[in-house]
Design a protein around this ligand. Structure first.
Ligand SMILES: Cc1cc2nc3c(=O)[nH]c(=O)nc-3n(C[C@H](O)[C@H](O)[C@H](O)COP(=O)(O)OP(=O)(O)OC[C@H]3O[C@@H](n4cnc5c(N)ncnc54)[C@H](O)[C@@H]3O)c2cc1C
Length: 381
């Protein structure tokens, strides 16, 4: 048996959702153990754009959580040695219907501090941009390189917050206060399960009941284009996917036009996110294919459509230098938070927004659970 002191917290999953819970628990003085079956980070959290998207998130609580999460990223990035690669967002409206969505968005509380750009202003920020009807520049968003940021975050949690990691350990069965794992039993008063889209292996009935499926995305890295992309870029197709725009009444006309003009892209859930890393290379995506068990194969036709969208927005595409797919848990809600046994809470982000919202979600979840418990005898800053 792996005995951990009674007051300790166990987090299962070392993706961004698990690490965010570890941080929130450690900040409340708890000693935290993180268990992950993989030897190193390999899930959605290192396959993503690292785009901490505030602008365009669903209005209300999700948008507020994204704002709070971006604050936490900014706060911990320096101490954890994580480089913020880009700050802000440039949303490019190619069609008049998209410009109308952009204007409607700017009129909401979410448009605060965002700036409307004329086509000339867009080109002054981003000379590569093709013809646009209007642009929006937001200061709220940021981007990290997830494949290095997630390991750096874990290393900082260990060094600064005393979080210990048990990697290569698989959780097989959960009971109140107890985990049956591949290398024995672990105990703690409080357990947060953050298994991402693999949670269905532990809780198949709950996943079925909540309608949680998987979403597969195709991603590309393009060689450095020889110019700087000042901000992450999104475009018209993004405005019918991201609920902060898509739920506005003005999005209806854009939706109809895109269905008529880009029906194939819409069917594949394609929209454009283009971000740039320190070496100048661009990460470009993505597509959305929903299935309980998506196939593992990247479709060349889908990649070609993503590249066509890139070229329509940013001009000739540099060579593709890397391709990968990733999956995340998907349902109609932002996230599922359930008590699955006494002292055991399951947390799954089901909207493909973990990098953008997990820190604030974890603050809420951990605060609710731990603040109602007695304080531990032994605390840690
Ligand atoms: C291609 C792609 C692009 C994306 N782009 C963005 C983006 O730009 N911005 C954004 O906000 N979001 C983005 N997302 C979504 C975001 O990446 C996810 O919402 C987030 O990473 C989910 O984090 P997680 O910790 O739940 O899952 P994961 O990162 O998958 O981590 C779950 C961990 O749990 C472990 N685990 C599971 N079961 C067990 C078990 N039984 N025992 C032990 N360990 C277990 C796994 O090994 C894994 O390490 C993207 C996702 C993908 C796939």
């Amino acid at each position: 048996m792996r005995d951990t002191p009674e007051q300790d917290v166990i987090v299962v999953g070392a993706g961004i959702v698990g690490l965010a819970h570890a941080l929130a628990a450690a900040r409340r003085g708890r000693r935290v153990v993180v268990i992950d079956r993989d030897a190193q980070a390999n899930g959605a959290s290192i396959r993503n754009f690292g785009f901490v998207t505030v602008t365009g998130q669903e209005r209300g609580r999700v948008w507020e959580r994204a704002r709070r999460s971006s604050e936490i990223w900014r706060e911990i990035a320096g101490p954890a040695g994580i480089r913020i690669e880009q700050e802000g967002l440039l949303l490019l409206a190619r069609r008049p219907e998209a410009a109308a969505v952009l204007d409607a968005f700017l009129a909401t509380e979410m448009g605060g501090q965002c700036e409307r750009l004329t086509p000339a202003q867009v080109r002054s920020h981003c000379p590569a941009a093709r013809s646009v009807a209007a642009g929006l520049r937001s200061p709220h968003d940021l981007r990290v390189e997830s494949r290095t940021a997630i390991p750096l975050l874990a290393a900082w949690l260990a060094a600064e917050h005393g979080v210990s990691f048990r990697r290569g350990v698989s959780v097989r069965h959960v009971e109140p206060g107890r985990l049956h794992c591949s290398d024995g039993e672990y105990r703690a008063e409080t357990i947060f399960l953050c298994p991402g889209d693999d949670g269905g292996a532990l809780y198949p009935a709950l996943f079925a009941q909540e309608g949680i499926t998987r979403c597969k995305l195709q991603m590309l890295r393009l060689a450095a284009p020889g110019w700087t992309l000042p901000f992450p870029v999104m475009s018209d197709l993004s405005m019918v996917r991201y609920l902060g725009y898509a739920a506005l009444p003005e999005a209806r006309a854009l939706h109809l036009r895109l269905r008529a003009e880009q029906g194939e892209e819409m069917a594949q859930g394609i929209h454009l996110i283009a971000v740039q890393g320190a070496d100048g290379s661009l990460i470009v995506g993505d597509s959305h294919d929903y299935a309980q068990t998506p196939d593992p194969f990247g479709s060349e036709a889908v990649d070609a459509m993503i590249l066509r969208e890139y070229e329509a927005v940013l001009g000739p595409a540099p060579a593709v230098i890397e391709r990968w797919t990733g999956t995340y848990a998907s349902a109609s809600s932002h996230s599922i938070v359930r008590d699955v046994a006494a002292g055991v809470r399951l947390i799954v982000v089901t909207s493909g927004t973990g990098a953008s919202t997990a820190f604030a979600l974890a603050e809420d979840v951990v605060g609710e659970v731990l603040d109602s418990e007695r304080k531990p005898a032994c605390t840690q800053a």
